[in-house]
Design a protein around this ligand. Sequence first.
Ligand SMILES: Nc1ncnc2c1ncn2[C@@H]1O[C@H](COP(=O)(O)OP(=O)(O)O)[C@@H](O)[C@H]1O
Ligand SMILES: [Mg+2]
Length: 371
Amino acid sequence: GIDLWIDIVAFEAELATARTLLPEKRRPHLRRALDLYRCDLLSSDPYLDWANPVRQRLREARRRAVLELAELDRVAGNPGATIPSLERLLEVDCTDEGVLRTAMRAMALSGQPDEAIRWYQRGVDALRMELEGEPEDETRALADQIGAMVPAPALVLPAAIAIRRQARIPAPPNTLIGRSREVERLQDLLLDRTVRLVTVTGAGGVGKTRLAQEAARQVSSDFSDGVCFVALATVRDPAMVLPAIARALGIAESSAHDPAELIEAALQEADLLLLLDNLEQVLDAAPAISALLEGCERLTILATSREPLRLRAEHEWPLSPLSVPDAPGFSAPHIIERFEAVELFLRRARAVDPAFALTRENAGTVAGICR
Ligand SMILES: Nc1ncnc2c1ncn2[C@@H]1O[C@H](COP(=O)(O)OP(=O)(O)O)[C@@H](O)[C@H]1O
Ligand SMILES: [Mg+2]
């Protein structure tokens, strides 16, 4: 009994001292008083009538002291210092909104907005369950304000999210004919990191895929996560473009997340060139591709398509045919064989018939085909 009494006397004496001082001098006294307040007076025996008013008086004095100290700590630039005392009060009554707001502010100011929101949620739940009440407008507004500070929970991704990290461009079937200037210019564009999307456009068979693959191969070592080739020639449904990209990246399908989410998460930090080949049949996927570029800061996309995607970020890159003997008079074999288109024709013909040769007789026809 004697020890207890001395605690109370000391507690009240510290508070009385604090009241005589200027606010900036009060903090150590308030803190000492709160250290002395270990538990409510005679809490083991709550039905002692004489103790009730005293217990109530001390509780209120302690509450006022915590709130005052919180304010002084905040002004002193140390808003986190009172959090343990505030939490002890909330453990007794988490629906005390004056304490709750002070605690939420202290937590938010000391970099723990998520902790503030947890206590708010606990308070709201208790208010509803125990008192069938709702939080005051001021408390709710504070929670909204702090809620805006809490970062969105990170997407929890399956382990298979890691992307494959090697160049995956199909090997060239033969040597490239001509196109050295085109490869070089395309390369420059891809290495310009302000360029996010390049679309090589042109008629079917003009060599878009071949050129894009060549350029991608040349720059693959400049992207630390390499190049990923996505063949879209057989994809007819624009909604299947992202799943095809995810598959090419080696990202496992997941019922919990849509492909856009998975790809964005996987490519968040990735320094990667994505080669989307033959996009012309799925141009309606343009908005999804645009969103992907926005979500993945270091992603560059090289597309091939008969038509451009018509996105703001797009650099359209029209590809002209290989050089052709375009004047009808060109018919001498030694002249037309210098044209790249003829060279390609001859290579194809020889793949079927190794003995195929340009002659005076067939040269005019060959030039006509190449045109
Ligand atoms: N410059 C070139 N050198 C060698 N072969 C080429 C060249 N350009 C295109 N080809 C070949 O011609 C065919 C059609 O080219 P491709 O790139 O698929 O055209 P597109 O994608 O424009 O439809 C492919 O077999 C390709 O390997
Ligand atoms: Mg193609």
